[in-house]
Design a protein around this ligand. Structure first.
Ligand code: CTP
Ligand code: MG
Length: 229
C-alpha cells in the first residue's frame, strides 16, 4: 500500500486577522507552508505529498517548491476544510487505490516531526480503520451552565486533543466525507466516527501546534529554530 500526505491549504486564516492567509505568513524567513512541506517531504514513509490550494489563491509561488519531486500541487480547495479534503481525494482517485493510506495534515501545522509521522504510519499500517495523532489534556475541565457557572469537573482520562496527520484509507475517507452532510465535521476522524467506526489515537507531540492566532507564530518559530539548531 502507498502512503500519501494530503495538505489542505485553502483556508483564509480569519482568526489570525492578517491580510495574507496564515499559511503564507513568514516564519524564520520562509512562508509557513514551506516548513510544513519540507517536514513531510522528509518523511521516508511517505511516497507523495499533495498540496491543495484554493482555486483563487494569489499567493503561492511555484519557485518555493522547485526541486520538491514528491510534491503535487492542486488548486481545488473548497469553502470548508472538509470540502477541500474531499475535493483533493476526488482528484487523487485516478492515481491511488481505494486501500492506499492518506495522511491528511493541516498546512497550518509547520512543526510536525518525522518521528510522530513514522509512529502514526507504523502503528496503523495494518489497522482496519486508521487513526490520528492526539494528546491527553493537561488542564482541569469544567462543565458550565448557560450563565458561566461551573456545575461539575469533567473527568479527563478519556478525553484527547486531536492533531494531524489523520490517516485513513482513500476509499473509506472519501466515502465518509461524501456522506458527512452536517457542519459538525471538523476533522477526518469525526467523519469516520459518523460511519460508526472508531479511529485509533496515536501519541502525538506537544510541539505539533496548529498556528491559529498571532501568538502561535512566535511559538512555532521558537520550536522550528530549536529543531534547526
Ligand atoms: N483549510 C482549507 N480549506 C478551507 C478551510 C481551511 O484547506 N476552506 C485548511 C487551512 O488552510 C489549514 C487547515 O485547513 O491549513 C486547518 O484549518 P484552520 O486552522 O481553521 O485554518 P483557516 O480556516 O484558514 O483559519 P480560520 O478558521 O481562522 O479562518
Ligand atoms: Mg477554519
Amino acid at each position: 500500500n502507498r502512503f500519501v500526505a494530503l495538505l489542505p491549504a485553502a483556508g483564509s486564516g480569519s482568526r489570525m486577522g492578517a491580510a495574507t492567509p496564515k499559511q503564507y505568513l513568514p516564519l524564520l524567513g520562509q512562508p509557513l507552508l514551506v516548513h510544513t512541506l519540507r517536514a513531510l517531504l522528509g518523511c521516508p514513509g511517505l511516497e507523495r505529498v499533495v498540496l491543495v490550494l484554493s482555486p483563487d489563491d494569489a499567493w503561492f509561488e511555484p519557485a518555493w517548491v522547485a526541486g520538491m519531486d514528491k510534491l503535487t500541487v492542486l488548486r481545488c480547495g473548497g469553502a470548508s476544510r472538509a470540502e477541500t479534503v474531499r475535493n483533493g481525494l476526488a482528484a487523487l482517485q485516478a492515481s491511488v487505490a481505494a486501500d492506499d493510506w492518506i495522511l491528511v495534515h493541516d498546512a497550518a501545522r509547520p512543526c510536525i516531526g518525522v518521528e510522530e509521522v513514522e509512529r502514526l504510519i507504523d502503528t496503523l499500517r495494518d489497522d482496519p480503520v486508521g487513526g490520528l495523532l492526539a494528546l491527553p489534556l493537561a488542564d482541569t475541565l469544567k462543565r458550565a451552565d448557560g450563565e458561566g457557572r461551573s456545575l461539575a469537573t469533567v473527568p479527563r482520562d478519556t478525553l484527547w486533543r486531536a492533531q494531524t496527520p489523520q490517516m485513513f484509507r482513500h476509499g473509506m475517507l472519501l466515502r465518509a466525507l461524501e456522506s458527512a452532510t452536517h457542519a459538525g465535521i471538523t476533522d477526518e476522524a469525526s467523519a469516520i466516527e459518523a460511519l460508526g467506526l472508531a479511529p485509533r489515537l496515536v501519541a502525538g507531540n506537544e510541539r505539533n501546534i496548529k498556528v491559529t492566532y498571532p501568538d502561535d507564530l512566535a511559538l512555532a518559530s521558537l520550536y522550528l529554530a530549536e529543531r534547526n539548531r
